[in-house]
Unconditional design. Structure first.
Length: 105
């Protein structure tokens, strides 16, 4: 009886690892698709700017990438996005910064 339990536990653990491997493969495939779309719709300068932002603000860069892919999939991007258009897009998507005005008396 105990041997059967051990075999069942071993199969469940193996099945979990297989599902995790499939999730990892699906995630890598989605990332590859995203990168291919970005290469298709961004000029080299725009991609360099996005990569520079990714180094300093990875969360913000990821949201910009998702937005660009969504725009491309919906057909709202007509031509390739150059560096100037990328700057405008980044300004639009950038969260409002909080500034503090401190006055001393």
């Amino acid at each position: 009886m105990q041997e059967l339990r051990e075999q069942a536990d071993g199969q469940q653990a193996g099945g979990g690892a297989d599902a995790q491997a499939q999730q990892e493969a699906a995630r890598e495939q989605a990332e590859a698709k995203q990168e291919a779309m970005l290469k298709q719709y961004l000029t080299d300068d725009a991609r360099q700017r996005l990569n520079a932002i990714e180094m300093s603000k990875p969360d913000f860069a990821e949201s910009v990438k998702k937005q660009l892919v969504a725009l491309a999939q919906s057909g709202r991007i007509q031509d390739r996005i150059d560096d100037e258009q990328m700057q405008d897009l980044l300004r639009e998507l950038q969260p409002e910064s909080k500034s503090f005005d401190i006055r001393r008396r």
